[in-house]
Write a protein that binds this ligand. Sequence first.
Ligand code: NAD
Length: 487
Amino acid sequence: MNRSNSPATINFINGTYCHPVEDGWIENINPADGTSLGRIADSTEKDIEQAVIAASNAQTQWGESTLEQRSRILSKIGDLIEENIESLAIAECEDSGKPISRARAIEIPRAASNFHFFANAITQFSSESHESVGQNAINFTLRQPLGVVGCISPWNLPLYLFTWKIAPALAAGNCVIAKPSELTPRTASMLGELCNQAGLPAGVLNIVQGTGARTGQAILEHEKIKAISFTGGTATGEHVARVVAPKFKKLSLELGGKNPNIVFADCNYERALETTIQSSFANQGQICLCGSRIFVESSIYEKFKTDLVERTGQLTIGHPAEKETTIGAMVSGDHYRKVLSYFDEIDSANASLLCGGKPATVAGYEQGFYIEPTIIEVQHNRCRLNQEEIFGPVVTLMPFNNEEELIEMANDVRYGLSATIWTRDLDRTMRLSKKIECGVVWINTWLMRDLRTPFGGMKDSGVGREGGQEALRFFTEPKNICIAFEN
Ligand code: NAD
């Protein structure tokens, strides 16, 4: 399988690759060097209509297939992703600018795990029963597939997040209309071919390509699509909620973050420092879970600051396909310019630039969108640098003196996705974990994932949870059946 040089990325509907009905196209740019990777279909409501017809036709049979049948096919898709790691990693790296080492070792394998995990999870999925004691009745909850559902995903972890939605949706017996980001379309497209090889019946998964405003919007609006699972920015999520709420579709929103990374003086210093480099700059800081606000206890603040700047200087900015590269390209010219614009805030916030703060040039790839990993020392938590999601290789640093002050700052932000706490004090970890307003707390680690756990955010970071049973509950309709019996 080698579609990474394919000139056009088209839709996958009813098990077949097809051109967009209205012949609309957008350009896919390689952010590492500014060259074109070919055209992408910019699908309209006519393509969505075709996808919905295919999905509706496939729904009854897929919804009534046995758990073993579904599980076997999903597991096979996971196997095929593993067999094609190299070509998928190349396409992912070219589309997004992420280091190929990351795509190969972490993200594509995780896409395979998503299928393997939900292939198993569906065989263990159960529902509740309630005996109405004294009334001679028993209630049980029937969990049925919703029908045709829509999954919309972002560009930062393309196949990883695309499959994180699709796998549970399919496992639960739904047929799916899925749209990847228009910035990173190709691994999603390649998945169609793997689904055919795995024996997924035609129409069960339909992959449509195009912009959010056109293709995504058509998915939100289609009356026959029963649920929307969306991951992306908070502003887009707000729009999605406005469109979908009056249509009474089920809705899951996984949105932005501005996560605190908290370092206490009693931590395992070396682990905290090393992991902070990861949580700050992995994937060029374009992970919703990055710890972009670093708070360090004042007694170790100066040392931590010096060491963090020094370690950051050891990162290798380079072409994403080079194996030693640790910092690749930003995903697009627009996003690159947005991130750079935050450097204008440094003076007005009375903040100090500790390192970075400018574009990076990679010899031979001058048209690529590279930014130096950047650390900014801020004076207070209310500045824009600490309040807005920059979503780039940019972190802020500030000291704290006690837990009360720290909790106030950690929570004083519109987002509530995740937090990381570095300390050896068990009591403190529990006190803080209860008080910090977020969906995921990592103690002495970062981005360690167990796919059974509930995943998602509080406040403006989202509504609902993905992962494990939560995802299977989202993608099913609970129906209470009450059976009366005679003694
Ligand atoms: P985005 O909101 O711009 O786009 C996300 C997806 O929504 C894309 O597929 C896009 O085409 C589509 N879209 C855009 N407008 C739409 C519309 N009107 N109708 C329907 N679909 C539309 O986000 P992005 O820039 O691709 O991703 C970055 C954002 O995603 C960051 O804010 C990041 O924090 C967030 N994110 C959150 C999580 C999480 O799990 N909470 C995970 C990854 C990324």
